[in-house]
Design a binder for this molecule. Structure first.
Ligand code: FAD
Length: 400
């Protein structure tokens, strides 16, 4: 009898972890992994490349080097959509790939909320090309300032004051002194402005830690402005403080104000909200038990709040373990198990040697939080890439 086929879309935290788990379970099935890139990217470190404090190669590693190529066949291509009735995955370059079981882990895309000019003038922290673009853009603005002395080039605005924004701002404040020195710029002319609609920055943390984070960034020169961004035109950022229209002249605008699940989910006709499908308790799609969705494309409702858990690498990896188990169970005709999220804590980096975190009910800040962040990152490198990858790519320095 022909072997069944499990196809996994996306080699991110969820997809690659699930493949590694499935390989260990030795299911009686063909395993196919599809990703648009031939590398796995540590998305949680993208802000470092954006700010220019790390290079892209430091946060990426080859997919083929960490999977067992005898057990998993990897296809590098972009998924266009899933044809559920025909059980086919449509790809940009390759022929459609049939599946018996499908696991979707295609991650997130920036959510622009229809803000005018955002797709043309906004910059995003979403993948390697997008963060390389930010790094180059900021550097080009400094270089160009030495030619035309237009001060707006030295104003960097960031929309949103959540987790990604704070992590980026922390790195940026570490990077700016280097640019000031290299291009011989008067430090007084450089401004970093964070625009956020509410006074509650870093809402995923308790007030004590959020305020520590905001104070730390303010002390390094970040200006926090209350406002809802309403448009960009390449010259100015327009925002509203209540009903008052305001604008800011800036050479760079980075949007961290929202993400949605992959647009493939929407294009494939799943019932979704902002690219996220509310999955069944075993992570399958209502009405399609052969399809499981994990990571940023999925929504799992937190029974305590009645709202979906925030999208994180942490939940994506835990879902991956459950999804691998359930795919194998389906193959073997056994019962699937429900996914139960175990919150292990969270740490937000504030740049070199500083962070805030909540770990096992304890508040951490400063260097201890920063060390904890590295421990978490190294742990996920082991879980996905293996020990060898962690040795090559791990974070060991206390000061970086
Ligand atoms: P991803 O890991 O994003 O992987 C998606 C994969 O799908 C990628 O390999 C991509 O190449 C591939 N792909 C996408 N579209 C296509 C397509 N059409 N065709 C083929 N392949 C495709 N979470 C934490 O838990 N802790 C943190 O400290 C943390 N820090 C963060 C910092 C930043 C700057 C950002 C941006 C996010 C952070 N997150 C953090 C969130 C975390 O990165 C995401 O929740 C996590 O990456 C989701 O995992 P995933 O498997 O769903 O998707």
């Amino acid at each position: 009898m022909k072997k069944k086929r499990i196809v996994v879309l996306g080699a991110g935290y969820g997809g690659l972890r699930a493949i590694k788990k499935l390989q260990k379970m030795k299911p009686n099935a063909e395993l196919i992994l599809i990703d648009k890139n031939n590398y796995h990217c540590e998305t949680t470190a993208l802000h470092e490349v954006a700010a220019g404090t790390a290079d892209a190669h430091e946060i990426c590693y080859s997919i083929n080097q960490v999977i067992d190529q005898k057990k998993t066949y990897f296809i590098q291509d972009t998924v266009v959509r899933v044809e559920r009735k025909l059980k086919l995955v449509l790809l940009r370059k390759h022929a459609p790939v049939p599946y018996d079981y499908l696991l979707i882990g295609l991650g997130f895309e920036p959510e622009l909320f229809g803000i005018k000019g955002m797709d043309e003038y906004g910059l995003f922290i979403s993948d390697i090309p997008s963060v390389n673009k930010i790094r180059k853009h900021i550097q080009d603005q400094f270089r160009q300032w030495t030619v035309d002395h237009l001060n707006k080039r030295l104003i960097i605005a960031v929309g949103g004051a959540g987790f990604t924004s704070f992590e980026f701002l922390g790195e940026l404040t570490n990077r700016i002194p280097e640019l000031i020195k290299r291009y011989n710029v008067d430090p007084q002319l450089v401004r970093i402005v964070c625009i956020e609609p509410t006074p509650n920055a870093l809402p995923t943390f308790n007030r004590h830690l959020a305020e520590y984070g905001a104070r730390t960034l303010s002390a390094r020169g970040v200006e926090f402005v209350i406002g809802r961004v309403s448009g960009l035109d390449g010259e100015k950022i327009y925002y509203k403080d209540g009903e008052d229209p305001k604008s800011l002249l800036a050479g760079t605008f980075i949007w961290t104000g929202g993400v949605s699940g992959s647009s493939v989910v929407n294009r494939s006709g799943f019932e979704q909200h902002r690219g996220r499908v509310v999955v069944q308790e075993d992570l399958s799609v209502p009405g399609n038990p052969e399809i499981l969705i994990i990571g940023d494309c999925s929504a799992v409702i937190d029974p305590e709040t009645g709202r979906p858990y925030p999208t994180t690498a942490q939940i994506a990896m835990q879902q991956a373990d459950c999804a691998a188990y359930n795919l194998n169970a389906r193959l073997e005709g056994k019962r699937t198990k429900p996914f139960v999220f175990k919150f292990m804590g969270t740490v937000c980096s504030l740049g070199r040697d500083d962070a805030v975190g909540e770990i096992m009910g304890r508040n951490l800040k400063g260097r201890p939080a920063s060390i904890m962040k590295k421990v978490i990152e190294n742990r996920s490198l082991v879980k996905i890439g293996g020990v060898e990858t962690m040795i090559k790519k791990g974070r060991f320095s206390i000061t970086k």
